[in-house]
Design a protein around this ligand. Structure first.
Ligand SMILES: NC(=O)c1ccc[n+]([C@@H]2O[C@H](COP(=O)([O-])OP(=O)(O)OC[C@H]3O[C@@H](n4cnc5c(N)ncnc54)[C@H](O)[C@@H]3O)[C@@H](O)[C@H]2O)c1
Length: 274
């Protein structure tokens, strides 16, 4: 039943691909907390058909396809969502990421620039497109909340993350810039959550992911944050308890971002050297 933290709120959730997706878990929890939602994903992801299972578990939430790089698709999505709700929405989750360079195995130093532009369009510019579309259609209520998911490679170099690092840096910058305008004009807040590495389809695409997951676990005083914990954090940002938080990149990583080195990592190195 939850605590009805989001009772009466209406939201759009982008990016639920399968049970492991952060968006999938967030959608379930948002409904458990009393929200009504519309689910969306790229048409190709919808064809996999899994999202209908999620929709059924979310009080038969409507599923409206939208390629997040297409403004036309986004206009259709927001218009149909408002028709369905009979009014504006209160929250939006942007949980979208994809790099054709990572997927096709291009090294950062031998990048394919068409792929690079697609990475930026899908993983970052789409966030601007989502918000500009909502802004123009006046689709989000005052004190509404928009959240996107990021990763610490926006600030520090993680070689395997490839051109997604630039995408996340751009995503976080868009949150600040659009957050200003959305705040001033419509009292809507915009934030990114910088999440620990998490086992999902997008996450596992990063090279050496398992070793990396282990490293992050050992470096984080609280351990890696799970997808469930990330979903819970999203809900707090959709709730009325965080109304004055905006334009922030919020680390949700068990303390990884502020740890220089941990005893566990030192012990590993000592062991390897002995
Ligand atoms: N998994 C991790 O380790 C991790 C860590 C930090 C941040 N994140 C971020 O969390 C978000 C969600 O990823 P996830 O880990 O749940 O993986 P996921 O693969 O389950 O979700 C990624 C989603 O992006 C969608 N998508 C791709 N192209 C799209 C397009 N053109 N239009 C609309 N949707 C599109 C996919 O269909 C998929 O549903 C991403 O932004 C990712 O970068 C993930």
């Amino acid at each position: 039943m939850g605590n009805q933290l989001l009772k009466g709120k209406k939201g759009i959730v982008f990016g639920a691909l399968d049970e492991r997706s952060i968006a999938w878990i967030t959608a379930l929890k948002a409904v458990e907390e009393g929200a009504e939602i519309v689910l969306t994903n790229a048409p190709i992801a919808l064809r996999m058909g899994k999202i209908n299972e999620l929709a059924a578990q979310c009080n038969n939430a409507p599923v409206i396809g939208a390629d997040a790089t297409s403004v036309e698709d986004l206009e259709n999505l927001f218009t149909k969502a408002m028709e369905h709700f009979g009014g504006k929405v209160d929250f939006v989750l942007h949980s979208i990421g994809m790099s054709p360079n990572v997927r096709k195995g291009f090294a950062y130093t031998d990048t394919n620039y068409d792929n690079f532009l697609k990475t930026l369009d899908i993983s970052a510019l789409s966030f601007h497109k989502v918000m500009q579309t909502a802004f123009k259609l006046d689709a989000i209520n005052e004190w509404g909340s928009v959240v996107a998911l990021s990763y610490i490679a926006a600030q520090r170099t993680f070689p395997g993350y490839n051109d997604m690092a630039e995408a996340k840096a751009l995503l976080e910058s868009i949150a600040r810039s659009f957050g200003y305008h959305y705040g001033v004009n419509k009292k809507v807040r915009v934030n990114t959550i910088s999440q620990s590495p998490t086992v999902t389809t997008a996450g596992s695409g990063v090279s050496g992911f398992n070793a990396f997951l282990d490293y992050a676990e050992k470096m984080s005083p609280l351990g890696n944050a799970s997808a469930e914990a990330c979903a819970n954090y999203c809900l707090t940002l959709f709730s009325d308890y965080t109304r004055m938080v905006t334009m922030q990149n919020l680390f949700h990583d068990g303390g990884f971002s502020f740890t220089g080195v941990s005893d566990a990592i030192i012990a590993d190195i000592q062991k390897a050297n002995s």
